[in-house]
Structure formats: structure tokens, C-alpha cells
Design a protein around this ligand. Structure first.
Ligand code: FAD
Length: 452
């Protein structure tokens, strides 16, 4: 009897440990994807568009043999397994709170058919890197050292022909087969989806920006980062593949890049150990911090989300989010800090907006990236460090190119003067919605009240 390979955040055929396990247990397999409304409802149109593109690419790789069904996986997966008489269902383990609960329920509903979890979307499966006493790390640097010591396996050499793929078209029973849907309309320009695009994109990065990655990664006006996040989010490539390729390159680029992948593993580990941090402060002391609310807070939220705060770097970042479903890491920090410390709005509200618009939107990296910035997370930047959006912009976008690219109203202002348009505001560009020096003091006063 065939195995079922149930794809989720692993939309590829290469370096796929669960696929290897399925091949070892059964010579043939059904490739399954379940369109789950619970996940769809949390995603904005650009992320859905990218996901559907990845599914189409996977289906092409499989010669049209991807079985796509629509429904609650707790119901759909056992029905597919029964329809094909499958002996086992193979997945890459999910580390997020929803995915873990879902998989436990699917496992129960499967009864005699085993749910086999092999590997995860991370270099090291969350929960494996611990302190000597077995407890989880709460700070990044010691985690990353232990993570590097723990190490990871070499990529699994899987491909389309690792198993014989069952043609699902001629099988009745089970849930109805559907086409990959079309995403709602949106105006963002997205990367090309799928495994082949991911590997091509990665290879261009290896041969190009990797060399100067350490120097350039913090400059939003330079194309100095890999932009692999959406591919990693959907598992078009496994991070172990990236780590193995990095080992073949010299210089400080690969070391710096490995550290970024360690952050990704770290946040997944934190979320795995403390699922509540998807919604709540990692540092509970911050539960008492005062946030702004009411109509004026809502208006500030809207101005931020639409990129019309009158702070050019903030507006550029928020418009990049809408235009590309991606924002440079330095700018994510600047706009999140502005949200939490200049507008005094709760981080989870800003995080929700990010999750809706980011193609790479990932609960672990997003919620903890936000908490780091707001001060309530692991390794939090000290509460008294409030980013000044103007000096941040002058330091990291010294030419002003990044701002001019995303804020057309400011294109007439040359050089870094573009970061201080209030001296000579062009038509149509808003004046600053808050006074940074004042709001900084308000933030400090509120933090002082909750300080232990
Ligand atoms: P590169 O610089 O090329 O980094 C390589 C890879 O390392 C990334 O693709 C990513 O997988 C990982 N990585 C790098 N930095 C981080 C980090 N700080 N935390 C975790 N992983 C990291 N990343 C997401 O993937 N999804 C999110 O939803 C997300 N939300 C964020 C929200 C905030 C407020 C902040 C400050 C950061 C967030 N990040 C998120 C982390 C980071 O900004 C992005 O991973 C990065 O900008 C992606 O671009 P890149 O692939 O070119 O990065």
C-alpha cells in the first residue's frame, strides 16, 4: 500500500527527510496538500498568492500528481489515507502552536494509520538544543553557540524519483480533488514561487552578495541580503541545504549568514517551548505597560499602516511592505520600534498587520522580532534604547536612495536631506504625526513604571 506524503511548510522535493522516510516504508506515495481555511483566514492575498504559486510549481514537478483537497485536515487526511489504503502518513514536524495541535488531532483521527514526523523546517528541530540541565535557552548568543555545537545533518538526497508517485486522479472515495485556487487580487510584486526559483535565487546570492553580506546586510538601499525568507517560510528549500552550501564559501559572509539562520531556529525553539509567546509578552512584566487606545490610536495605526506618518524611513518601510510583501530587516526594526515606542501601540496589533502582508510572515520570527523591538522579548534591547527614526535613517540609508524608491513625494530631495523633509516639506507629504523627542520621554516614563 502507498504512503501519504502530506506537504505543509515543505513545498519541495529536494532535501526532504519525510519523503525519504516514506520511500523507505513504501515504494509508492500520494502527494497531498490540504487547503485549510483556518490558515487561509490568517493570510493576506500576497502570501496566499505565493503559497498557491508554490503549490502549482510542486504539482508541475510531480507531473500533475499533487492531490489538493479542501477541508479540515483532521477530517481530510484520514479520508485520503483510507481512500488509498495507505499504511502511513509522512510529515515534517510543525513547531507552531496551531500546527502541533492540528497534528495531534490528525494523529488520533488516523487510528491505525501511523502519522510519521521526520525532520522539521529547521536546521535543528525545535526542542533539541538545550542548556546542560536540559532547560531551554532564553538568550540568543548561548543558544547559537550550543546550536552550532549540536550541528545538523547533511542534506537528504531526495528528488522526484525517490518514490513512485501515485496518480490521484483515478481514485474515488476520499475528499474531492480541487484545483489550486487563485488568490484574491493584490498589487504587490512577488518573487517567483517554488523550489526551482528558490535554488536559482540562492545560487545568485552565493555567487554575488554573500561575499559582502556582513558589510551590506544592514543597508536597506543596497540589495545586500538574500531575500530567501519567503522560500524558507514555505519550505521551498531546507535551511540545511543553505548551511551545506555556505560551508563551501570563505570569508565572513557565510559566518554572518549562519548566525541569521540561527536566529530563525532560536525563535522557533522559543515558540515551541512557550507557545503562549505567540500572543503574550515573553517577559510578563510588560503585561502592565500602558498602551494608547481609542480613536486617536486607531488613526495613528492607520497612518503607520498606510505609510503616511511624516517620518520618511517609516513610511518607506510600510510602503515597501504593501508593494513587495517584504521589508528589509533594519527597517522592520525601525517601523516596529516607531509603532511601540513613538505611537505607544501594542506590539501584537502591529505584528498582526505584518502577518497579513508579509509573504515570509512566520509566527515565530514575526512575534519574537516584534517583541525584541518592543522590549518584551528575549534578548530585548534595553527599555531605554528608543530608536530615533531620523538618526537610524541617516546611518543606515546614508544616500537616501531607499526612501526615494518607496516615497515618490520625496524624490525631489537629494542625498540624506530626504530624511528631514519637515524643513522643506514637498506638496502631498504629511508633516510628522508625532514629536519623537516627546514620545520618547512618554515611552521611558511608562517603562519606568513597570521596571522591577
Ligand atoms: P537575510 O539577511 O538574507 O537572512 C537570511 C535568513 O535568515 C532569512 O531569510 C531568515 O530566514 C533568517 N533571519 C534573518 N534575520 C532573522 C531574524 N531577526 N529572526 C529570524 N530569522 C531571521 N522573518 C521572517 O522570516 N518572517 C517574519 O514574519 C519576520 N518578521 C519580523 C518582524 C520584525 C519586527 C523583525 C524585526 C524581524 C522579522 N523577521 C521575520 C526577521 C527578518 O527581518 C527577516 O527574516 C529578513 O528581513 C528576511 O530577509 P532576507 O531573507 O533577505 O534576510
Amino acid at each position: 500500500s502507498p504512503a501519504i506524503v502530506w506537504f505543509r511548510r515543505d513545498l519541495r522535493l529536494g532535501d526532504h527527510p519525510a519523503l525519504l522516510e516514506a520511500a523507505d516504508r513504501a515504494g509508492s506515495a500520494v502527494a497531498l496538500y490540504v487547503l485549510d481555511d483556518a490558515l487561509r483566514d490568517r493570510s493576506g492575498a500576497p502570501r496566499l498568492d505565493f503559497l498557491y504559486g508554490c503549490l502549482r510549481a510542486l504539482d508541475d514537478q510531480l507531473g500533475g500528481r499533487l492531490l489538493v483537497v479542501h477541508g479540515d485536515p483532521v477530517d481530510a487526511v484520514p479520508r485520503v489515507a483510507r481512500a488509498f489504503g495507505a499504511g502511513s502518513v509522512h510529515v515534517s514536524a510543525d513547531a507552531g502552536p496551531y500546527g502541533r495541535r492540528r497534528d495531534e488531532r490528525v494523529e488520533q483521527a488516523l487510528g491505525d494509520v501511523e502519522l510519521v514526523r521526520t525532520g522539521s523546517p529547521y536546521a535543528v528541530t525545535p526542542g533539541r538544543v538545550t542548556k546542560d540541565d536540559g532547560t531551554p535557552f532564553k538568550v540568543f548568543t548561548p543558544f547559537s553557540r550550543a546550536w552550532a555545537r549540536h550541528g545538523w545533518r547533511a542534506p537528504a538526497s531526495t528528488s522526484k524519483s525517490t518514490v513512485e508517485w501515485v496518480d490521484p486522479g483515478d481514485k474515488s472515495g476520499g475528499p474531492r480533488r480541487v484545483r489550486v485556487p487563485t488568490a484574491p487580487a493584490h498589487s504587490a510584486t512577488l518573487p517567483e514561487p517554488g523550489e526551482r526559483a528558490a535554488l536559482e535565487h540562492w545560487s545568485d546570492f552565493l555567487e554575488g552578495p554573500l561575499r559582502d553580506y556582513k558589510r551590506d546586510r544592514d543597508k536597506p538601499g543596497v540589495d545586500g541580503t538574500s531575500r530567501m525568507s519567503a522560500y524558507l517560510r514555505w519550505g521551498c528549500v531546507h535551511p540545511r541545504t543553505l548551511l551545506a552550501d555556505l560551508a563551501g564559501h570563505s570569508g565572513d559572509g557565510p559566518d554572518t549568514y549562519r548566525t541569521e539562520l540561527a536566529w530563525r531556529d532560536f525563535y522557533a525553539d522559543v515558540l515551541w517551548n512557550q507557545p503562549r509567546t505567540a500572543r503574550e509578552n515573553f517577559n510578563e512584566r510588560f503585561d502592565a505597560i500602558e498602551h494608547d487606545s481609542g480613536p486617536h490610536a486607531d488613526e495613528h495605526h492607520r497612518a503607520w499602516a498606510e505609510g503616511r506618518t511624516g517620518f520618511p524611513i517609516v513610511d518607506a518601510g510600510m510602503r515597501q511592505l504593501l508593494a513587495e510583501g517584504w521589508v528589509h530587516n533594519r527597517v522592520r526594526m525601525i517601523v516596529a520600534s516607531f509603532y511601540a515606542k513613538d505611537l505607544h501601540l501594542p506590539w501584537w496589533r502591529g505584528a498582526r498587520h505584518f502577518m497579513q502582508h508579509l509573504v515570509d510572515g512566520d509566527l515565530a520570527s514575526n512575534q519574537h522580532g516584534w517583541q525584541w523591538t518592543a522590549g518584551s522579548g528575549t534578548d530585548a534591547s534595553p527599555y531605554f534604547r528608543v530608536f530615533n527614526p531620523t538618526t537610524q535613517a541617516e546611518k543606515f540609508d546614508p544616500t537616501g536612495d531607499y526612501v526615494r524608491k518607496y516615497v515618490p513625494e520625496l524624490r525631489g530631495i537629494e542625498g540624506k536631506k530626504v530624511h528631514q523633509p519637515q524643513d522643506n516639506p514637498p506638496n502631498g507629504y504629511p508633516t510628522p504625526i508625532v514629536d519623537h523627542a516627546h514620545e520618547r520621554q512618554v515611552a521611558l516614563d511608562r517603562y519606568n513604571k513597570i521596571k522591577a
